[in-house]
Design a protein. Sequence first.
Length: 164
Amino acid sequence: MPAYLLDSNFFIQAYRIHYPFDVVPGFWTKVSELARHNKICSIDKVMDEIYNNEDELKRWCQQNLPDDFFKSTGNIAESYADVVRWAYSHRDHYKQTALDDFLSDDVADAWLVAYAYAYNHVIVTQEIPEPAGKSKIKIPDACQPFTVRYIDKISLFRELNEQF
């Protein structure tokens, strides 16, 4: 079974838009359950993005996800270097601000691709490919050259045959 690696937008969009805690608690119960059964995980850079805000989402993650849910990116230097080289090889296509943002240490995107590449994980993101776009490097576009698979959150639940 492939391991599923969650992007921060999996949590943030669910919390803010699609699955608020008070309206769709079953979604959050299912996420916690999948995490406890090691079917989903994320990385420390995603945790940093989520924990940057003092809000209910941060508290929920702290209280409902296993201590080892957010994996360290400290051991993927080679894969991260490959992602950085790929990004810079496309500097004629992307604006400098897109490269700077994608490769910023405060943004999880390049780290997610590198981690998924290193460990053969499937990224779960709400981003959609935009190969002609120049102002932002989208996770799906960065996945393609590394044959990293990506899906959205509904596809995740379908692949795992989960309902809530």
